[in-house]
Design a protein. Structure first.
Length: 486
């Protein structure tokens, strides 16, 4: 994946893939407007030409997963989405190349439709490129997290904020498509970055853009074959918990990796000490889990699962302001909050997965639940380890720029460290000075590593917020068993 540093600013000149997508989208949508003889296309026409609807997957009309993204309701709808494509697409295509840009765009379009289909519990019809353009924004956020994008944070704050504001101001906007597309773009970009790293170590060659597209098409064909092998009833009515299961698996397995890594790499804890700290994420669950079925009998299980997700997210956000002194004692309260959240989350999530399908499809639903959670966990572990490394490098560069021998504070710190080494047996002043500089470099590295872990805990919290939104948008299960397969 070719990477270039960004020029400051909100706008980047579009490139070939952006122009091609704009041309196709405008032509297809314009054709619908001409056919309708009005500035807006009626629902019947949009349905005929590929609008995504509730039974599309059950009827194996997979072509709609792509077609709906090139259709629009009216000129304003088309203009807003094309404006987003121009504003965001230029930044992404310049950094990942046209082939990867198209892969990310189409992945966001497809999985946005799948997420929207999973969240809707009533008949619906949706069209528009908003899922795909949200995927571009998600991919840009991924590059920014990995330290490969020099856009300022206010670029994301403004654009994501406007997206949320538009969604709240217009009830016709499909939240599921936006959310699914954003998550798919972020995850696809992270996976492509891992593919490039694996290629650099294993094959040690550079694939041309055409080869990347062909490999992506083969992967899509394999995914389609797997999709069609699932029971039709299950495929056609994948509920919103499938989206939440991926995010929860991402956060759950990612946290299992993240906390021991922090304690081992930063605090230098041994296995026994790490186990003592982590015990407080498990022991409270032994007391709380037997009480969860009683809560499920009195309250909506979606609200219970949402409360658990919110507590889990809160525990992650408690760890975003860490310092080098942040160790076992400071992790006690976040671990207790996390334990309570997981206890309230996992059992209701299993109940939602089994209560959302017909009894004959319960086995398939249980398998899909496990697959989605494990898939999210595998992606989460890989992505979070990459984020820690990239953010540590990013913060190390930023802090290193401030460690300048021309600054009085730096010279004072080096002098103090030199005196320390001289007082502890280093008789040669030059050797003591050298050790002082090495020690200062280690301090910078440790501080950068702590800040990298803090950023990664923030990512986990954001993923859990998305999982909570997906749970709230899940339809009420027909039946809610107290326990289910894991």
């Amino acid at each position: 994946m070719p990477m270039y540093r960004a020029r400051p600013g909100f706008f980047e000149v579009p490139h070939a893939a952006v122009y091609a997508l704009m041309t196709v989208t405008v032509l297809v949508s314009g054709f619908c407007f001409v056919q309708s003889g009005a500035p807006s296309a009626p629902a019947e026409l949009l349905f005929r030409y590929g609008g995504m609807y509730s039974a599309a997957l059950a009827r194996h009309e997979y072509w709609r997963l792509i077609a709906y993204g090139f259709l629009h309701v009216n000129f304003i709808h088309l203009t807003v989405n094309m404006l987003c494509l121009v504003l965001w697409g230029g930044h992404l295509e310049r950094r990942v190349g046209p082939a990867y840009f198209l892969i990310i765009y189409l992945c966001a379009m497809v999985f946005g439709a799948v997420a929207g289909n999973a969240i809707h519990s009533t008949p619906y019809l949706t069209v528009g490129a908003s899922g795909a353009t949200s995927g571009i924004l998600g991919a840009l956020l991924c590059l920014w997290i990995l330290g490969k994008l020099d856009l300022r944070f206010d670029f994301f704050a403004i654009n994501i904020g406007l997206n949320i504001a538009f969604a709240f101001s217009n009830p016709r906007i499909d939240w599921g498509v936006h959310l699914g597309g954003f998550a798919a773009g972020l995850i696809a970009c992270a996976l492509l970055d891992l593919v490039e790293k694996a290629n650099a170590y294993l094959l040690r060659c550079k694939f041309p853009e055409a080869a990347k597209v062909n490999l992506a098409l083969l992967a899509c064909a394999a995914a389609l074959m797997f999709w069609t092998s699932l029971p039709p009833a299950t495929v056609g009515s994948l509920p919103g918990w499938t989206v939440a299961a991926v995010f929860i698996g991402f956060a759950l397995f990612g946290s299992i990796y993240l906390l021991p890594a922090y304690l081992g790499q930063v605090q230098r804890y041994n296995a026994e000490q790490i186990g003592t700290v982590l015990a407080w994420t498990g022991l409270p669950q032994l007391l709380l889990i037997p009480l969860v079925p009683k809560l499920m009998q009195r309250f909506d299980i979606r609200l219970i699962a949402f409360a658990g997700t919110a507590l889990f997210a809160a525990s992650s956000f408690m760890n975003i302001m860490m310092s080098v002194d942040y160790s076992g004692d400071q992790l006690f309260v976040p671990n207790i909050v996390r334990a309570v959240g997981q206890a309230l989350l996992l059992t209701p999530l299993s109940a939602i997965s089994l209560g959302s399908v017909a009894p004959q499809d319960a086995a398939a639903a249980s398998g899909i639940s496990n697959m989605m959670r494990n898939l999210g966990g595998a992606i989460g572990t890989a992505v979070l380890s990459t984020i820690v490394t990239k953010r540590e490098q990013f913060h190390s560069n930023i802090i290193g720029q401030a460690v300048d021998l021309g600054r009085e504070e730096v010279r004072t710190r080096i002098a103090a460290l030199t005196d320390y080494f001289t007082a502890h047996g280093v008789t040669d002043p030059a050797a003591a000075h050298h050790q002082a500089i090495v020690a200062l470099g280690r301090i910078v590295k440790q501080q950068a590593l702590v800040m990298g872990f803090s950023d990664t805990f923030a990512v986990v919290g954001i993923v859990l917020v998305l999982a909570g939104i997906a749970l709230l948008l899940t339809g009420k299960p027909k039946g809610a068993p107290a326990s289910g397969g894991h």
